[in-house]
Design a binder for this molecule. Structure first.
Ligand code: F6R
Length: 250
C-alpha cells in the first residue's frame, strides 16, 4: 500500500479526483469501480467541476458500484442508485446505460448476485476501484468476519453500520437491514484500488489498517496483500498513525 497524505477533506477529494481523471485520460474506456457514502461526495464534486471546466469525457467509461441496499427503489433518495445520479452521473457525459449497480429490488437476490459477478467479467474487470472504509474496517458492505474468498453476496448490515448510515435517513428504523455487496475477492480482482479516509472517526481503523496484520476481523486489512493500492487519508484520519509508519508507506 502507498499512502498519500492530505491536509483535509477537500485536499483528499481533489487528490482522489486527480487520480481518477488521470486514469480516464490514459484509458478513456476505463471501468471504474465506485463507492458511495460521505467520504466520496467531495471527490465526485471535484470530478464534476473538472468536467465543467476541462471537459474530461466519460463517454466510453463504464462504472460499477460496490453495493446497494435491499428494498430501496432506484428513485428512493437514500438508494445508492439515487446517490450516484445525484452526485455524479447527472452532471457528466457518461451514458446511463454504462453505469451499473446491484438491483436491490431483484426478486431472486441470489440470481442478482450471480448476474453482477458475470457482468463484471463481461466488461473486463475493474481498472480502478474507489473504496471508503467503515469504522469497523468494512469495505463495500463486507462486514468483519466476511470471507476473503467472498464474491457478490447479500449481507446483513452490522448494527454499527446502520447507526453510522442513519445520518442520511429520517429515522434509524428506515435504514435497511440488508444490502448486496461485491465480495472481498471481487474487490481484490481490481487492477488498482484507491481507498479514501477522512476525519477523526476513521483514525483508529486507519492505524489498524497500517498495522499490517491481515485478518477477516478487519476486512480492509486484506488490501495489504494487493499489489496496487493507494490510500489517501487526511490529517485527522492519520492522527493515530506514527510519523515512522507514515514514512514507511509514503
Ligand atoms: C459505500 C460503501 C461503504 C462506505 C463506508 C464509509 O458504497 O461501500 O463501505 O465506503 O461505509 O462510509 P462513509 O464514507 O459514509 O464514512
Amino acid at each position: 500500500m502507498k499512502l498519500i497524505e492530505a491536509k483535509d477533506y477537500q485536499d483528499m477529494s481533489r487528490k482522489a479526483a486527480d487520480i481518477i481523471i488521470d486514469q480516464v485520460k490514459k484509458k478513456p474506456n476505463s471501468v471504474l469501480g465506485l463507492a458511495t457514502g460521505g467520504t466520496m461526495i467531495g471527490t465526485y464534486a471535484a470530478l464534476v467541476d473538472d468536467y465543467k471546466q476541462n471537459g474530461t469525457s466519460y463517454q466510453q467509461v463504464k462504472t460499477v458500484n460496490l453495493d446497494e441496499y435491499i428494498g430501496l427503489a432506484p428513485e428512493h433518495p437514500n438508494s445508492y442508485h439515487y446517490y450516484m445520479s445525484d452526485h455524479l452521473f447527472n452532471h457528466i457525459d457518461i451514458p446511463k446505460s454504462q453505469t451499473y449497480l446491484p438491483n436491490g429490488l431483484a426478486k431472486d437476490i441470489e440470481a442478482e448476485c450471480q448476474r453482477y459477478e458475470n457482468l463484471l467479467e463481461q466488461i473486463g474487470g475493474i481498472d480502478l476501484q474507489l473504496l471508503g472504509i467503515g469504522q469497523n474496517g468494512h469495505i463495500g458492505f463486507n462486514e468483519p468476519g466476511t470471507s476473503f474468498e467472498s464474491t457478490t453476496h447479500v449481507v446483513e448490515l452490522a448494527l454499527s453500520t446502520r447507526q453510522a448510515n442513519s445520518r442520511f435517513f429520517n429515522r434509524f428504523e428506515e435504514v435497511p437491514t440488508h444490502a448486496i455487496t461485491m465480495g472481498i475477492a471481487t474487490i481484490m480482482k481490481s487492477k488498482k484500488i484507491l481507498l479514501l479516509a477522512s476525519g477523526k472517526k476513521k483514525a483508529h481503523i486507519i492505524s489498524q489498517l497500517f498495522a499490517g496484520k491481515v485478518t477477516t476481523e478487519i476486512p480492509a486489512s486484506i488490501l495489504n496483500t494487493h499489489p496496487n493500492v493507494i490510500v489517501i487519508a487526511d490529517q485527522e484520519a492519520l492522527s493515530l498513525l506514527s510519523p515512522e509508519k507514515r514514512k514507511v508507506y509514503t
